[in-house]
Design a protein around this ligand. Structure first.
Ligand SMILES: Cc1cc2nc3c(=O)[nH]c(=O)nc-3n(C[C@H](O)[C@H](O)[C@H](O)COP(=O)(O)OP(=O)(O)OC[C@H]3O[C@@H](n4cnc5c(N)ncnc54)[C@H](O)[C@@H]3O)c2cc1C
Length: 202
């Protein structure tokens, strides 16, 4: 087993995400995770958890970016007044807050459903995809607006929103791209109807 490459990704990850190559690797029976041939099922379980974690992480990052942008907007003065007094800046702040509120609530809802023993796991899989798709795409829009509110400083590596802008991009790619999440959601809708993706009423 060799570490074949450590790609220089856009974000700043502590562990570096190296690529490994496996050559003639023998796995003893004791080291098999789950059962042979059942890897896909294990992966699906992991995807449900990890996609929910991505939804939570991206909502959290969006909240932090908005906090920074709001604090900047009330401090930074242009034309003799704080930029927060300009309605176009207020619109960006409000859009960020609204997107965060909605995706935070949906992520909590699906996380709660994941904890219920009677939740249908197939439906949950699609709901986790919905949460991941919606929250990661919204966080991208939020941090983009926050960079805009910082103006030239938003593009400066000395300010944290610049890093957040780069770091959030991968959340629309890994653990299944946004396109793959859309396929999962559409597949569930087509197979089980729109009711399958709604919140339980009890
Ligand atoms: C920093 C980083 C860390 C990673 N860590 C891990 C890890 O720890 N473990 C791991 O297993 N993987 C890891 N990955 C891989 C990651 O999960 C994949 O990059 C991701 O799933 C996309 O696959 P791909 O790169 O092969 O893109 P492709 O599959 O080549 O996709 C390219 C484009 O085509 C689109 N596309 C592909 N198929 C379809 C389709 N059927 N319909 C519509 N559009 C489609 C995609 O949405 C995308 O826009 C990591 C990636 C990155 C960037």
């Amino acid at each position: 087993m060799t570490m074949s490459r450590v790609p220089r990704f856009m974000h700043t990850a502590v562990n570096g995400h190296p690529e490994f190559t496996f050559t003639d690797v023998f796995v003893t029976d004791a080291d098999v995770l789950g059962e042979v041939g059942q890897g896909y099922e294990l992966t699906k379980e992991w995807f449900t958890d990890e996609r929910l974690m991505i939804a939570a992480r991206t909502v959290g990052a969006a909240e932090r970016a908005l906090e920074l942008a709001r604090d900047w907007a009330v401090r930074r003065e242009q034309f003799g007044q704080p930029i927060s007094s300009f309605q176009l800046v207020q619109g960006m702040l409000a859009d960020c807050a609204a997107e965060i509120a909605v995706h935070r609530a949906y992520t909590h809802q699906v996380a709660w459903e994941a904890d219920q023993p009677d939740t249908d796991r197939k439906t949950l899989h699609a709901k986790a995809s919905t949460a991941k798709l919606a929250a990661s795409e919204a966080a991208g829009r939020v941090v983009d607006r926050c960079v805009q509110i910082f103006g030239g400083r938003g593009y400066d590596r000395g300010y944290p929103v610049e890093r957040m802008y780069r770091e959030l991009r991968v959340d629309r790619i890994w653990e299944g791209t946004s396109e793959i999440q859309r396929l999962i959601i559409a597949n569930e809708l087509i197979k089980r109807g729109t009711g399958a993706l709604q919140m339980p009423t009890h």
